[in-house]
Design a protein around this ligand. Structure first.
Ligand code: UT7
Length: 317
């Protein structure tokens, strides 16, 4: 496959660190030093499906195709207001496409899992032009009274249109079941027969554990992919990493012995938008004219599961 268009959409409400200081025992200094974040976009009146649709339409326009050309939609999503149908089905209706749709939940790695699935489907000859959307509202999963977690997240959607091509140089997906580290559990509707105990709780994250695992696993994925492709770290123009924490990005940069010019970031302005983060950053780079034909890019993300996804792509647009 190759990427031929990208798009993004974010909620209008911007919540600064100073605004969080108003109701949490936190400080702008702590948040900036520990995470690199200064503000984040947070859903207020918007519906996630509308942001997802906006990102999708922008990607379709950027690709120079029409909704009628899309013959498969994959949406990466952890939560939204609908349990069913999948967000991909709602996007299909909103953009006026007519094709099969599926949602994938691989937490923050979901956009890369979805790109990998798109590549498989194109290779199998079952689809030619695929819309991949990552839409997330993690601010709806956290306890807004818990300073250790609610300051970290933002909401948004990113999208890419992919079609036949040879731009995916390599990809690597891993999953290690480690649910105790990071999870969010909800209760379902009661029935007359339920006897087991169930409890809805906001998202739980062992930040330090996730931090360590993220740095080690992302560096390992990247090194493995570079070795397999016969590339050196400096051959990659940009490492587009999951924007979870500036210190994680700097640590991965250090592991690869590169300078930060290879690591574009936007975590300062968006916070952690789960699987949307890599898609949003890719779109920013594309629209800012930072990507040249022939550039090699690494995409790498990690998240609940514990899942990781990484790929090397050549920019062909
Ligand atoms: O996409 C999902 C992937 N998630 C991630 O990648 C998150 C990975 N982890 C992290 O980014 C970091 O572990 C955090 C940013 C979550 C936390 O940073 P940390 O350096 O690991 O801090 P900590 O959890 O060890 O907490 C240090 C101190 C504690 O106080 P004491 O016990 O030392 O007195 C916390 O209570 O900082 C305190 N603290 C805060 N203080 C002010 C925690 N949150 C806050 C806060 N404001 N918002």
């Amino acid at each position: 496959m190759k990427i031929i268009g990208t798009g993004r959409a974010n909620p209008a409400k911007i919540v600064t660190n100073a605004m969080l200081e108003e109701f949490l025992d936190t400080s702008d200094e702590w948040i900036r030093e520990r995470t690199g974040m200064t503000e984040r976009h947070v859903i207020s009146s918007e519906k996630l499906e509308d942001l997802a649709t906006e990102a999708a339409l922008k990607a379709i326009e950027n690709a120079g195709v029409t909704p009628a050309d899309i013959d498969y939609i994959i949406c990466s999503n952890v939560v939204n207001e609908y349990i069913t149908p999948g967000l991909s089905c709602i996007i299909q209706g909103a953009i006026g496409a007519k094709c099969a749709c599926v949602d994938v939940n691989a937490a923050c790695s979901g956009f890369i899992y979805a790109l990998d699935m798109a590549d498989d489907r194109i290779k199998s000859g079952k689809a030619k032009t695929i819309l991949v959307v990552a839409a997330e509202e993690p601010t709806r999963m956290v306890d807004w009274k818990d300073r250790s977690i609610c300051v970290l997240f933002g909401d948004g959607a990113g999208a890419a249109v992919v079609t036949e091509g040879d731009a995916l140089i390599g990809s690597r997906l891993t999953t290690v079941s480690k649910t105790e580290c990071l999870h969010y559990v909800r209760t379902l509707e009661p029935t007359p027969y339920i006897t087991k105990e169930e409890e809805a709780k906001p998202m739980y994250m062992n930040g330090r554990e996730v931090f360590k695992t993220a740095v080690l696993s992302s560096s390992r994925d990247i090194r493995t992919l570079l070795d397999e492709a016969g590339l050196q770290p400096a051959d990659i123009k940009y490492y587009i990493l999951h924007q979870a924490n500036m210190r994680i990005i700097e640590a991965i940069c250090g592991q690869l012995k590169l300078d930060m010019s290879h690591f574009p970031t936007n975590v300062a302005h968006y916070g952690n938008t789960s699987s949307a983060s890599v898609a949003i950053l890719l779109d920013e780079l594309n629209r800012d004219g930072k990507l040249q034909k022939g550039d090699k890019l690494v995409l790498s993300a990690f998240g609940a599961g514990f899942t990781t996804g990484a790929c090397i792509i050549e920019w062909t647009k």
